[in-house]
Ligand binder design. Structure first.
Ligand SMILES: C[S@@+](CC[C@H](N)C(=O)[O-])C[C@H]1O[C@@H](n2cnc3c(N)ncnc32)[C@H](O)[C@@H]1O
Length: 317
């Protein structure tokens, strides 16, 4: 495994953030908590569901336009992938890239990150692969031993940018701009506005995998924080909110109940929810405006033939 360097950092659940969220008027938990070992496996299952169009649409775009996208990035770039997960989409870029200087996958889900980085290093023996296990919403330092002069291009597929409320998305993209520097680039997957029924089905699949993914956050709090959520006391609830152009995932309490998290009692009324994820959908012009406010200019937008999803290439404004 040439050039493969394991990541030194281990992630734990941020207790303060969890308690702050559960004490808010609209209870909430950060969606990064989905991704422990089980959650990452469930997410992989979601990507294969009939109803879940984004992964297939993004893969179609990458298969069709991978060479065009790579040509835009130019030779010898340093590719930094945010939320790389299984890195399934990465080869569709790497196969066309001209002698990339290094590949830095960043993910909070350690097992999956290490396994997929090691796989990738085996498939591309010439490539330096330096995984970083970190929460990219916190201040992020890239390893110091990366090629210092290579052009940095961030890769952020999966429409994970949609999980941020727009102002946080702006802030996050501005931070990516800092990491990439003035000559940097960003290749980003952005889910597009579409028929709300299609969105509803994508987050309410018939097999209940998305429900299990959502519920896993409670399983995780029980196991890792010693919380006592009754798993039959909550239900997955996801819907498209057209006012904000976002899918919202919640866990709804089925009864009046009190849950203990660490030494804190959290009271739930019947019907009250914990908001676990937002997934914003953008029209291309809306996303371009957001990107501009973060210091990026959209150079090119590629979409699938049904106009469901987009992959966009941005440079510094
Ligand atoms: C929606 S999945 C997308 C996975 C993959 N990039 C794709 O396109 O299929 C989000 C990925 O980002 C990771 N992730 C989520 N929040 C994160 C955070 N705050 N810091 C680092 N990684 C995070 C998850 O572990 C997961 O692999």
């Amino acid at each position: 495994m040439n050039g493969y360097k394991p990541s030194p950092v281990t992630q734990t659940i941020p207790v303060d953030e969890v308690l702050r969220g559960l004490r808010s008027p609209q209870k909430e938990l950060p969606c990064k908590l989905f991704y422990d070992h089980t959650g990452s496996e469930l997410f992989e299952q979601i990507t294969a569901l009939d109803e879940y169009y984004p992964t297939r649409a993004e893969l179609r775009i990458l298969r069709e336009f991978g060479a065009d996208i790579a040509a835009r990035l130019g030779p010898a770039c340093l590719l930094v992938e945010y939320g790389s997960g299984s890195s399934t989409k990465t080869p569709l870029l790497l196969d066309h890239l001209d002698r990339p200087a290094a590949y830095v996958p960043i993910d909070i889900s350690r097992d999956l990150l290490e396994a997929s980085a090691a796989d990738l290093a085996r498939s591309y023996p010439e490539l330096v692969v330096t995984p970083v296990c970190a929460d990219y919403t916190a201040r992020l330092e890239l390893p110091v031993d990366l090629p210092p002069h290579a052009r940095r291009v961030a890769y952020y597929p999966g429409s994970t940018i949609g999980n941020f409320v727009p102002e946080d998305a702006r802030r996050f993209m501005a931070r990516i701009a800092d990491v990439c520097g003035p000559d940097g680039g960003l290749v980003i997957g952005v889910d597009l506005k579409k028929d709300p029924l299609m969105l509803h089905r994508a987050y309410n699949d018939a097999l209940g995998v998305t429900a299990a993914f959502n519920m896993n956050i409670l399983v995780r709090l029980n196991r890792e924080l010693g919380a006592n959520f009754a798993l039959d006391g909550f239900r997955h609830y996801a819907f498209y909110n057209p006012v904000f152009a976002r899918v919202e995932m919640h866990l709804v309490s089925l009864a009046d109940q009190v849950v203990r998290v660490r030494d804190v009692d959290i009271r739930f009324e019947r019907g009250e929810s914990i908001w676990t994820e937002a997934s914003y959908k953008y029209a291309p012009a809306e996303f371009a405006a957001l990107a501009a406010r973060a210091g990026w200019r959209v150079e090119q937008v590629w979409t699938d033939d049904r106009g469901l999803f987009s992959v966009q290439y941005l440079t510094r404004a």
